[in-house]
Design a protein around this ligand. Structure first.
Ligand SMILES: [Zn+2]
Length: 90
């Protein structure tokens, strides 16, 4: 019972970095429910890598949106993430 509660508790705790980064494009699209949005917001407030990821993504999305004919190429989120990973490990 203890273990089941533990899993339940963990599932309801704050999203981790991977989840936050997976949710980030929906976050920027304002496509999340309020609760998830608040969790992402709270996470990026203290998590530097996710905050950087979000800023980079926001800048990239903003750039793409200012040129309406262009769409985000598939996999571009991953490239942003890879870029940040690279900068972190440099
Ligand atoms: Zn994070």
């Amino acid at each position: 019972m203890e273990r089941i509660l533990g899993i339940f508790k963990r599932r309801n705790s704050e999203p981790d970095c991977e989840e936050v980064q997976n949710l980030s494009s929906d976050f920027l699209d304002d496509d999340l429910d309020v609760r998830t949005r608040q969790q992402v917001d709270a996470h990026t407030a203290w998590c530097a890598p996710c905050s950087a990821f979000m800023n980079t993504l926001r800048a990239t999305v903003g750039l793409l949106r200012s040129t309406p004919k262009q769409r985000a190429p598939s996999g571009f989120e991953r490239r942003v993430r890879d870029q940040i990973e690279k900068e972190r490990s440099a």
